[in-house]
Design a protein around this ligand. Structure first.
Ligand code: PLP
Length: 413
């Protein structure tokens, strides 16, 4: 279907090509050059910070280098938000550390400060060692509860690695997400607020930390003519072509962010008469989400067309190994699925040419992380059961949103 409304498409602004042309003309088709430096400067001024930004090949590599920057080593424990995309946690395993999953609070959907405090105390009691760091996420662009989380981090003297991959342009108390922690992570993957086709950045506390990150990102080579290596390095630097896309995207970043915020407000206004569907909202005036994805919670009592079928389809696909599940069925998978009415809305909308997606499945419910410690309060699982992401992004017009809204209403019995 041509007029299918997709969840989140990136959009080129037309400002990208001149930067790329310049790179070609100057033979700067390498992972360094004027666009990389220019993009880093653009990001620093966008974030309104004295911190130093290092452009990298992905948000995931930025998380990896952030952990190295904090001195996280094999066997260390790292507190991570469970309600997130897997890329927040995978790098903890790259360095051989142990992720300790912490559940969310119901308002921001991000890490619960009291549970974090409890979990850190408990880890020290159980292992005799303080965990090395805290990986905090701003999910779907919603800022975390920074006041309280940073107070807990301060209390335990633990550094925060801030995963602001989804929160480009979000702020808390007028300070940009990505600038609160000792290190901050941005992503410019194809579906993020702005894109470089693939890319990311590490926000570093100072020149020295940035220099170190750059060193690890370029194979940890020391300044000898023949390259001397005393440590393991990585090939993580951003290409000058990608950075050219990024510089063009920076020229429309504010416009895109405003469009996302408008989209969430529009859905909220036009779905306000539907009982049982609640749009995610800034918990108070300190929070200013970019609403990267427009998210809703659906009450379990809301009756939706095709609910029975959706339920049995979910059960069959789990048992049959379809839908991304391969091999044996385990309890970790089968006991955690979106509610039947959420699945019915997703399938119903898909049949009407509208793409939606359940929320991220909490990491403590992911088979790959099920063997690691977790501190759970039920919030992230409840969000996962009830949540859905609606189409957002620069391509989704008010007219498209009307179609989504009408389609949702048509599915409610
Ligand atoms: C996208 C994303 C990342 C990873 O960024 P990439 O650039 O895709 O590697 C990390 N964390 C979260 C929460 C993300 O959504």
């Amino acid at each position: 279907m041509d007029n299918r409304i997709l969840l989140r498409m990136c959009k080129m602004s037309g400002h990208e090509m001149p930067f790329i042309q310049e790179a070609f003309d100057g033979e700067w088709v390498v992972p360094l050059g004027p666009n990389v430096t220019g993009f880093e400067k653009d990001l620093e001024s966008f974030l309104c910070t004295d911190k130093k930004v290092v452009a990298l090949s992905s948000g995931t590599s930025a998380l990896h280098l952030g952990l190295l920057g904090l001195g996280v080593e094999a066997g260390d424990e790292v507190m991570v938000q469970s309600m997130t995309f897997s890329a927040s946690v995978n790098p903890v395993r790259y360095v051989g550390a142990i992720p300790v999953m912490v559940d969310s609070e119901p308002v921001s959907w991000n890490m619960d400060p009291e549970l974090l405090d409890f979990a850190i105390a408990d880890r020290i009691k159980l292992t005799g060692r303080k965990p090395k760091a805290i990986v905090l996420v701003c999910l779907y662009g919603m800022p975390a509860n920074y006041d309280k989380i940073m107070a807990v981090a301060e209390k335990w003297q633990m550094p925060v690695l801030e995963d602001a991959a989804e929160a480009f342009g979000s702020s808390y108390a007028n300070k940009k997400c990505g600038t609160f922690g000792r290190f901050g992570v941005l992503s410019f993957n194809g579906n993020k607020m702005i894109t470089t086709s693939g890319g990311g950045a590490l926000v570093c506390p100072d020149e020295e930390a940035a220099r170190k990150a750059m060193y690890y990102a370029t194979q940890a080579r020391l300044g000898y003519a023949y390259y001397q290596h005393e440590e393991i390095g990585y090939n993580y630097r951003m290409s000058n072509i990608s950075a050219g896309i990024g510089r063009g995207q920076m020229m429309v970043a504010e416009e895109y962010i405003a469009h996302h915020r408008h989209r969430q407000a529009y859905y909220r206004e036009h779905l306000s008469d539907v009982e049982g569907i609640v749009l995610h909202e800034n918990p108070d005036s300190k929070y200013d989400s970019n609403f990267w994805l427009c998210t809703v919670l659906i009450d379990p009592s809301l009756k939706v067309e095709g609910e029975e079928e959706a339920y049995s389809a979910a059960v069959t696909s789990t048992v049959g190994g379809a839908g991304g599940v391969t091999g044996k069925v385990d309890s970790v998978h089968t006991d955690c699925e979106p509610n039947a009415n959420v699945e019915a809305i997703r399938l119903g909308l898909s049949a009407l040419g509208i793409e939606t997606r359940p929320l991220w499945k909490p990491m403590h419910k992911q088979p790959v992380f099920s063997g690691f410690p977790s501190y759970v309060n039920g919030v992230s699982e409840d969000l996962f059961h009830r949540g859905l992401c609606l189409p957002s992004g620069p391509y989704v017009t008010d007219k498209d949103a009307d179609r989504v809204i009408d389609a949702i209403k048509s599915l409610i019995v």
